[in-house]
Design a protein around this ligand. Structure first.
Ligand code: ASP
Length: 320
């Protein structure tokens, strides 16, 4: 008697893959993510901005630290692909009643989500959670360590907006401000270099110590960092991650490190200005620059949705 072979689709949990940082992602895989994001961006221009790609999947957003852009855009990205979303915010949870992170995760994991998006003020928590669960995990920011989807949307924005973009090779990104406390800076360094671009880091000595991103060009002079840069990213002073004040005076910081129109005259004529948000206007970036013609700050926020759609899609149903 003939036997019929039924192919049982493997569940997302069996096909688990994470995006914790870019260590196990190749430049080609990242290029493929950008191409997928282009398709997702098309979907978002339709009247009905929804596809059934992730129907039947559940995405859990686990935010142990505040967020506006990241959380909203992950939830939008999941729903635009018809996934179900369950949300956890540490405020108002049993964590405040003394429950451990592991027990909280075990409880949440009973809801059988296929993928968790995790943000935590402590570095390494998403990695730890990835070891505790069979679901895929996306790092949405851990301490000052990494924020890979922010770096992806930054590079994706540059790829789409830099006039005549022909690859990252020979393109220089200047990151200015509180580099020391910035997971965005660290992820951008990791990604930009993986894609073949160059990075220069700039900030005052207390916020740019020698051990931040070894091997990456660094300067304490804004003019030097901006000279010829193709993209300039301003970072806010992340005071919530400073144990004690690290700068003697905000006025001096503004005078020496604020990204202004005058300082930008040194940059490449087509240079784009970026900021991961939230902005502290007229501190790390002049308002006229933030709202000016080189600014792609709003485009970065908008790019967060197709990029995160692409990440969710790739991890949940992409080929292995
Ligand atoms: N939103 C970014 C982050 O979560 C940057 C910042 O907070 O300054 O790291």
């Amino acid at each position: 008697m003939a036997t019929v072979q039924i192919e049982v689709p493997t569940s997302a949990r069996e096909r688990k893959r994470n995006l914790l940082d870019f260590a196990d992602w190749t430049a080609d895989e990242i290029g493929a993510l950008f191409d997928t994001a282009d398709v997702m961006a098309q979907v978002l221009t339709r009247t009905i901005k929804k596809v059934p790609a992730l129907q039947g999947f559940t995405v859990g957003t686990l935010f142990f630290e505040d967020s506006t852009r990241t959380r909203l855009s992950f939830e939008r990205a999941a729903r635009a692909q018809s996934a179900d979303v369950i949300s956890f915010a540490s405020g108002g949870s049993s964590l405040s009643k003394g429950e451990s992170l592991k027990d909280t995760l075990r409880t949440i994991d009973q809801m059988q989500a296929d993928l968790y998006v995790v943000r935590h003020a402590c570095a390494g928590v998403p990695h730890q959670i990835a070891r505790w669960t069979e679901a895929s995990v996306v790092n949405a920011g851990d301490g000052r360590r990494s924020h890979p989807t922010q770096a992806l949307l930054d590079a994706y924005t540059f790829r789409g907006r830099f006039p005549g973009f022909d690859g990252f090779a020979g393109k220089r990104l200047a990151i200015v401000g509180d580099v020391m406390h910035s997971r965005v800076a660290r992820s951008n360094v990791e990604l930009w270099r993986k894609l073949g671009g160059e990075v220069v880091l700039c900030g005052p000595p207390p916020l740019l110590p020698p051990d931040v991103a070894p091997g990456v060009a660094r300067t304490h002079r804004l003019e030097e960092a901006l000279e010829g840069a193709h993209a300039v990213m301003a970072l806010r002073l992340q005071r919530e991650r400073m144990a004690s004040p690290l700068l003697p005076s905000a006025t001096e910081y503004v005078a020496r490190y604020q990204v202004t129109e005058t300082a930008l005259e040194l940059a490449h004529p087509d240079a784009l200005v970026m900021h991961p948000g939230p902005l502290n206007r007229d501190i790390e970036i002049a308002s006229e620059v933030a709202d000016g013609p080189r600014s792609v700050i709003e485009a970065q926020v908008a790019a967060g949705v197709p990029i995160r759609m692409a990440v969710l899609y790739t991890l949940l149903v992409g080929k292995r």
